[in-house]
Design a protein around this ligand. Structure first.
Ligand code: FAD
Length: 346
């Protein structure tokens, strides 16, 4: 018998969709994805440490936060923060997604630890083909497979991820390790300028390192970067090596014209060279925008170009790319799917 709704992807969007679908008695089935070298179950948040901007999960001492936020007769007996983290302890990225996953499972969500490799959309119900499980039929599908941040690919960059190297200024810029320190943004497009401008709130200076002698960004964004007194351009330069011991202390730059190298002292390197949405398994059966993100076909809805298939989270969002927006659109996709199923009499 066909499933009511299959959800593909296991980040905040997928599990939030599952919470809503499960509470609507749809018994969702989630394919959580396993094998992609750059992706893991629980999604991108599992690559990070502390998350401080998900509403309800602040930085700092959680017990003190609850005591400051709710009336004293409702203070719960929360465990103290881990030893050594008393003053600064936020929920870890993986923990946050595990909580949403467990919430979905408690309402009856079922989980298949497998990657979807294709969807047959030629018939109704849809046929979901995965790596090693039998074909699953589903009346409605929610695609929540996220996107991967592109990195430079240096082994030293890998070493300093979460220790000075990041791909998200909004996520990490406010962390103590970056405050009042020199920072570098790598890239020359609109999003690199966005990241650099945002980081000027926190860094002592922000270097924009670009391999050419002019920015690729739109004219207005170029203007924004070039006139900001806290942004300094570093032209014709590519990162050759990330330097430091436990935390990043600098980057070695190679001049793309002369080959000469020099070191730049920075405490943060923000890579802003684009993202790759995880849509390969769809084999171009759903429409995408010019950056490869799934196209949503109705205003403020999660409908894709194929009726009955909905999209949530970063796979359809090249703009906000946050856990909370992904969770929000996950909720929307589940409600859209549920209403669509009712309209179809399914
Ligand atoms: C280092 C880092 C730090 C971040 N910090 C923050 C932060 O502090 N706050 C914040 O709000 N946001 C942060 N973000 C952004 C946030 O993680 C993303 O916006 C959010 O995770 C997107 O959620 P999603 O559910 O759309 O997709 P993802 O989290 O990308 O999850 C997609 C899931 O789908 C699975 N999948 C992919 N393809 C398939 C397939 N074919 N079959 C089955 N499963 C598949 C993947 O394995 C993955 O588990 C950070 C991102 C990064 C990379």
């Amino acid at each position: 018998m066909a499933e009511h709704v299959v959800i593909i992807g296991s980040g905040p969007a997928g599990w939030s969709a599952a919470v809503y679908a499960a509470r609507a008695n749809l018994r969702p089935l989630v394919f959580e994805g396993t094998v992609h070298p750059d992706m893991i179950p629980l999604g991108q948040l599992a690559f990070t440490t502390e998350v401080e901007n998900y509403p309800g999960f602040p930085a700092g001492n959680i017990r003190a936060f609850v005591e400051s936020a709710v009336a004293s007769d409702r203070h719960y007996n929360l465990p103290p923060p881990p030893k050594g983290h008393e003053s600064h302890y936020a929920i870890q990225g993986a923990e946050l997604v595990e909580l949403i996953k467990q919430q979905a499972i408690n309402f009856g969500t079922r989980v298949v630890p497998d990657d979807v490799v294709d969807i047959d959309i030629s018939c109704c119900p849809f046929r979901i083909i995965s790596g090693s499980n039998p074909v699953v039929e589903a009346h409605a599908v929610i695609v929540a497979t996220g996107a991967r941040a592109n990195y430079l690919g240096l082994p030293s960059e890998e070493k300093f991820k979460n220790k000075g190297v990041s791909a998200c200024a909004v996520c990490d810029g406010a962390l103590p390790g970056f405050r009042n320190k020199p920072l570098a943004v790598i890239g020359g497009g609109d999003s690199a300028v966005e990241e650099a401008s945002y980081l000027t709130k926190f860094g002592s200076i922000v270097y924009m390192v670009h391999r050419r002698d002019q920015l690729r960004a739109s004219k207005i964004m170029q203007q924004r970067a070039l006139t900001n007194p806290k942004i300094e351009m570093v032209w014709n330069s590519q990162v050759d090596e990330c330097l430091g011991d436990k935390w990043l202390t600098g980057i070695r730059l190679k001049n793309s014209q002369t080959g000469a190298t020099r070191e730049l002292a920075v405490s943060g390197m923000f890579v802003a060279i684009g993202h790759t949405p995880n849509t390969a398994f769809l084999h171009e059966k759903l429409e995408t925008n010019d950056k490869g993100y799934l196209k949503l076909t109705r205003p403020f809805r999660t409908w894709t170009s194929v009726e009955g298939i909905f999209a949530a989270g970063d796979v359809a969002d090249d703009y906000y790319r946050q856990a909370i927006t992904s969770a929000g659109t996950g909720c929307m996709a589940a409600l859209d799917a549920e209403r669509w199923l009712v309209e179809q009499g399914l």
